[in-house]
Design a protein around this ligand. Structure first.
Ligand code: OGA
Ligand code: NI
Length: 357
């Protein structure tokens, strides 16, 4: 139960964010209609008519990772869809189940416990983690229907500061997922004629990692709320674990159609982020995606973001431009790009403009 009751005239940001009740706490008050501050403008909702059941993103069996046909499927999926699912990736199902379970345990804590992990604002250089319900809360008055917690998974970060409910499960998952992410990046780079990820490339491609746990509580009016607005990730690649609730949609090839990422037990979704789109000079696509919410079920998802280090300079690989291909992007400092993204929150594809020539 939330520690305090939400009254109609209460400041929602105070209740949800400052007191760390989260959207979960709001739902637990038994409210029948969502507050005005959670009603999305029409262009941010996902209309049923936009959902396309004809197209679907590929599912790739990677048990024979080194098979040339598997490599090609991954490279093709990254070029055409920017989003695909992988099965038989070798991460034990218990590791995935324990991680989702840990997410439930954390978000079901009383707000007095969760508030310890609060941070005033979203800031990439924070070494620990934060509990937040609205990125860009300063200038965005409409709350997404989501609670979330971020674990920065880098040597300088102290995992002892993470919640005891999630720490071991996140670390265990990271142990399995890091080599998988590296292998996926290697296959993707091979498709660009860039050699293996050696020490010079590692900071650029896998300089920092973060594992978030997103919790989408059930929503009384799902059609006018959104769990996660349409956006592109800033990462090189993102690995996403989702439960079987469903609700993740990616932009299809027709432009205004949205495709459901059907939950597959044991699978991980993989998507290309803006950084790799830039480095690949648009060969690989960072695709817009969003999350709709469910009226009866809470959903857990766990994205692992594999990002350049803040001091990396990102731009198209020289190997791609050597035969005279026109560069679509300038070289930018990743931390400048990151700060721009999180201060301006450019929606979807516009988030690439910062680096466009
Ligand atoms: C994200 C994201 C999708 C999901 O965290 O960037 O797109 O299913 N999450 O929660
Ligand atoms: Ni995303």
């Amino acid at each position: 139960m939330p520690s305090s009751k939400f009254e109609p005239n209460d400041d929602i940001l105070n209740f949800v964010i400052k007191k760390a009740n989260g959207l979960k706490g709001l739902v637990d008050t038994g409210l029948e209609n969502i507050p005005n501050q959670c009603i999305q403008p029409k262009d941010q909702r996902l209309e049923k008519s936009q959902i396309d059941n004809q197209e679907s993103i590929p599912t790739i069996d990677i048990s024979n990772f080194d098979d040339l046909s598997v490599e090609k499927s991954i490279q093709d999926a990254a070029s055409k869809w920017g989003f695909f699912q992988i099965i038989n990736h070798g991460i034990p199902i218990e590791v995935l189940d324990d991680l989702k379970e840990a997410g439930h345990k954390f978000f079901e804590l009383p707000s007095e416990e969760k508030v310890k992990y609060n941070k005033e604002s979203y800031n990439a250089s924070e070494s620990v983690l934060m509990f937040w319900s609205a990125i860009g809360e300063k200038d965005e008055k409409v709350l997404e229907w989501r609670d979330g917690i971020r674990h920065s998974c880098n040597p300088q970060n102290d995992s002892n500061l993470w919640p005891p409910q999630t720490r071991n499960q996140v670390l265990e998952y990271q142990k399995w997922a890091t080599p998988l992410a590296k292998k996926l990046l290697e296959v993707l780079l091979k498709g660009l004629n860039v050699n293996e990820i050696d020490e010079s490339l590692e900071p650029l491609l896998m300089g920092t990692m973060a594992i978030n746990i997103n919790y989408y509580p059930p929503c009384p009016n799902p059609s006018i709320a959104i769990g996660f607005r349409r956006h592109c990730d800033m990462s090189c690649i993102t690995l996403l674990l989702q439960d079987d609730t469903g609700g993740l949609y990616v932009q299809g090839t027709k432009g205004d159609n949205w495709i459901h990422v059907n939950p597959i037990k044991g699978a991980l979704a993989v998507n290309i982020g803006n950084s790799l789109q830039i480095m690949s000079n648009d060969r690989y696509k960072s695709i817009e995606h969003c999350v709709a919410v469910d009226s009866s079920r809470a959903r857990i998802s766990v994205p692992l973001f594999v990002n350049p280090s803040p001091d990396s300079v990102i731009g198209p690989f020289p190997q791609i431009l050597k035969d005279g291909e026109k560069s679509m992007y300038k070289h930018v400092l990743f931390s400048d790009y990151w700060d721009h993204y999180f201060s301006k929150r450019p929606s979807g594809k516009a988030s690439l403009d910062f680096a466009k020539i």
